[in-house]
Structure formats: C-alpha cells, structure tokens
Design a protein around this ligand. Structure first.
Ligand SMILES: [Zn+2]
Length: 365
C-alpha cells in the first residue's frame, strides 16, 4: 500500500484541533499535476487555501495533519452552521491526469486513504462527501464529467459498500449555480472562470454552438439532479455462525432431538458436536498451520469484516473490504475463530474477523 508522506505546510492552515465529522473529496482542478507538486506549492507561501491530503497515482502527501483545520471548503465560510465546513472535516484532493481523467491508481489510493481515515476518525460512509455537498461547487469535477456524478457514485460505493447520501445544498450557497451572460463573455472565458470545460458548459445548457447570447442564464452544472444511488450488491451476507460449544449446549438441552433428527438438525457440525458430547472435551478452534491464506475474488465489490471477538453477524460490521477495487484481495489467516470464520490483519481495520465459507466465493489455500 502507498506510504503517506508528510510535508506539512507552515502557513496554509489554522492551528486548532477540530472534531472530524466528515471527509470531503476534491479534485485539484489543475490537470497533470502530482501530489508532490501540490505539497511544494502549499508548503511555505500563503495561498489562502489547502487540504489535508493530496493524492496521485503513485503517492499520497499529507500537507495539513488530520484534526487540524485545513482550508478546502472555504467557499462555505460559516463554521457555525452545523453543516460541512473547514472546522469539522478532512479534505482530500485528487490529482487528475493531463487528459482530464483520474488514473485508476489515483482512485484506489484515495479510496485506501479514505477508508483508513474513516476508521481512524470513526466517520461513517454517509459522511464521506464531495466538495459539492459542502458548498455546491462542481468538485470533484472530474467525477462529474457526465453531469450525473456517475464516477463519484461508483467511487463511493466501492469505497464503503454503502449508499451515498446527497446532502441538501445550503440555500445561501447557490451563488455559483448560474451565470447571466454579459457583453464580452465567451464560453472559453467562462469555462476558466468556473473551473469547467467548454464541453461541460455546452452540455449543461444544451448549446449547439459556441455562441452565447447576452442576458442568457447559463447553468453551471451545480443544479444537476442527483440520482439516488442503488445499494451496493454485497457479495456475501454471512449468516450468524454458532460455535460448536453453543451447538453442544443446545444439543444437551434437547434442542436438536436424537438420532437421525439430531443428525439432520446439526448437519455438517454433527460429528464435531457429538465428539464433544461423547468425549467431554471442550472444542478449541483449530489452529491453522502452514500460513494458509484466504482469497477474496475480484467479483466481490465489498466484503464484511467483524470484531475478532464477534458477533459475526450482518449489521455488526466494523468495516468493508473492497476486493473488486484491487482485482481481488488475499490475507494470511492468523487463526480460525469459528466455523468458516478467520482472523486476518488488514491495513485499514487492523485485526478483524472474516466469514469465508465456500458458498461466499472465498477460497482458502
Ligand atoms: Zn474542491
């Protein structure tokens, strides 16, 4: 995984401790730059702006320590509005390529960083938002090249396994949403002024040519209707897993009947349960030898992980892994915790439990 390089700005932040509630994602708006370019740009000279992190396809730079106030949603000046502002957020800027797209590795690095920060600051998925959600600015612009934020929804879903929540635009921040054409305005000039492309402006306003008429109100792309994102299909929904000891107790209490009825009721656990009942020994989770690994297929968008102490049930996740985003994932198995439940070590969530029965598509080898 990419290392976070620290090159803290001396001037472009407010040296106060903030309570982090949101993570805000941006693009730098300038094409073909690196995270290092940005770290250098913001280091010593007062720019009146900044962000906590800059991410490109090979590196992550921390420019303002998380938990200190960076200046990235400054167009929402009011820090006391209980909304999304510099005083309660971590800002992540993604660097776009020269061709105006985000490199897949830039998206992967940003997703990894975001997941780490979500964990570190206990930020839920619905509070990972766009600059657009904070202030109405068309940012991260390169995730909105189709005017429908398709890439943002894709990114957000992969990132969290949860539904993106659209935060209503504060009414005092609609100033950027329209421009009334004045004499001398050109699409090219407006595209620079509003950090959009000529093609975007034409698309948003249904313009057939580059000619604009004085007095026309131009849509600047911020009023795009936000489609409701579909819930992420989750690859596996583990069922609550009972331990052998629980089944033993139930069997002793008569819950699983006798003879064939018991065999049917306990299914594949029958032998293990009967061994305990007949032998009187307490079952220990089998130690896994030879450093076996669990492989999560790339067809799985998300994979639930749980506290190692359990419970291993839906709704009690401590996080989600994103196998699809990395072309599949695999982890060394530290130990077996219960039937088909293993302890693994993840970079984003630390040591966690994972449910990896054969039926989930996971393989152990
Ligand atoms: Zn932004």
């Amino acid at each position: 995984m990419v290392e976070i390089k620290k090159q803290h700005t001396k001037v472009n932040f407010t040296n106060v401790n903030i309570k982090v509630e949101y993570i805000v994602e941006h693009d730098t708006g300038v094409l073909g730059q690196t995270a290092k370019n940005n770290a250098d740009y913001f280091e010593k000279t007062n720019r009146g702006a900044s962000a906590n992190y800059f991410v490109d396809k090979t590196s992550i730079y921390e420019v303002v320590p998380p938990g200190k106030k960076a200046w990235h949603v400054g167009d929402d000046r009011d820090d006391s509005d209980d909304g999304i502002n510099n005083g309660n957020t971590i800002g992540i800027e993604l660097c776009a390529e020269k061709d105006g797209t985000f490199h897949p590795n830039t998206l992967a690095n940003a997703a990894w960083l975001t997941q780490k920060l979500m964990k570190d600051y206990n930020v839920p998925a619905k509070k990972v938002v766009r600059h657009y959600d904070a202030s109405g600015k068309n940012c991260p612009q390169r995730m909105n090249t189709d005017g429908k934020w398709t890439l943002w929804y894709k990114y957000h879903k992969q990132l969290t396994g949860a539904t993106s929540v659209s935060v209503p635009l504060p009414s005092n921040n609609t100033k950027e949403s329209q421009h009334t054409v004045k004499s001398g305005d050109t699409l090219w000039g407006l595209s620079k002024q509003y950090n959009a492309t000529v093609a975007d402006l034409k698309k948003w306003n249904n313009l057939k040519s580059d000619i604009i008429v004085v007095g026309t109100k131009l849509n600047l792309g911020n009023n795009v209707k936000v489609p409701t994102a579909n819930p992420t299909p989750v690859a596996s929904t583990p069922k609550a897993t009972k331990s052998i000891q629980q089944l033993v107790n139930e069997t002793k209490a008569g819950k699983h009947g006798n003879g064939d009825a018991r065999k049917k009721s306990l299914g594949s656990n029958y032998d293990a349960v009967m061994k305990v009942i007949n032998g009187g020994s307490k079952p220990a989770a089998k130690p896994v030898t030879n450093k076996k690994r669990v492989y999560l297929p790339k067809s799985a968008k998300t994979w639930r992980v749980y506290k190692t102490s359990g419970p291993y049930t839906t709704g009690k996740e401590v996080g989600f892994l994103a196998p699809a985003q990395y072309g599949g994932l695999n982890y060394e198995i530290i130990k077996a915790l219960a039937t088909d439940v293993y302890e693994i070590k993840t970079s984003a969530f630390g040591n966690v439990a994972i449910y990896a029965a054969k039926s989930t598509g996971a393989t152990i080898k």
